[in-house]
Design a protein around this ligand. Structure first.
Ligand SMILES: [Zn+2]
Length: 216
């Protein structure tokens, strides 16, 4: 549980009746939607996409809502974890599961496409690399070792080209910064000014794609 302080909850006004808030300090961050109506009490709801909905009366201020969320953070965290577990257990439709043959084809396509993108972006970033390995895994999209070996998940071929480019640029930027510091993101942004939208796409859709690979 991160240390409290209502300043950690950021509420951004959308419409009069709906505001969105993000909570940066929580692992993974909470997506919060506030819906104001003529109701008299406040209610919290977490849906299967881990979106926290706060239903509040019109007269309740953003500050009061922030305080309410802080007060209930124990409950929220507990139920977020519960939802996350349920989400993890959910298996995809059998038709969505990738066969061994599918994976082989994806790996082949990745081995064709990804080295080309690495070769395109590396000089722009001003880095080199040692080798490229295509893997199939359910845990990550790519990685970069300190010696410059790049790994990419073949499931990337199930994502749009600009998402593949984002992962390529991300891993290559680790050749400059082996961390996710602001300096690292600054390097990514220099190459892909819209990287946040691409990262969000992966955050929103990545898990669904990875689940198409069988556990065993
Ligand atoms: Zn990274």
């Amino acid at each position: 549980m991160p240390a409290g302080g209502s300043g950690q909850v950021r509420i951004i006004k959308r419409k009069a009746e709906e505001t969105m808030a993000g909570r940066d300090n929580f692992s993974g961050g909470w997506d919060i939607r506030v819906i104001r109506s003529g109701r008299r009490t406040v209610a919290l709801q977490i849906d299967k996409d881990l979106l926290l909905t706060v239903r509040a009366p019109y007269r309740m201020s953003d500050r009061e809502i922030r305080e309410f969320i802080e007060e209930k953070s124990g409950w929220i965290e507990k139920n977020m974890r519960k939802m996350e577990r349920l989400k993890d257990e959910a298996e995809p439709e059998p038709a969505e599961l990738l066969t061994v043959e599918d994976l082989r084809e994806l790996a082949k396509a990745a081995a064709d496409h990804i080295p080309e993108r690495v070769a395109f972006y590396a000089p722009l970033i001003g880095v080199d690399w040692r080798g490229i390995t295509i893997r199939n895994q359910r845990s990550r999209w790519g990685s970069c070792s300190s010696s410059g070996n790049l790994n990419f998940n073949c499931l990337l071929m199930l994502t749009p080209p600009d998402i593949i480019d984002y992962v390529v640029v991300h891993e290559l930027c680790h050749r400059r910064e082996m961390n996710h510091s602001p300096l690292f993101w600054c390097e990514v942004e220099k190459i892909l000014p819209d990287y946040k939208a691409r990262r969000k796409w992966l955050k929103d859709n990545g898990e669904r794609i990875m689940r198409r690979m069988r556990m065993r």
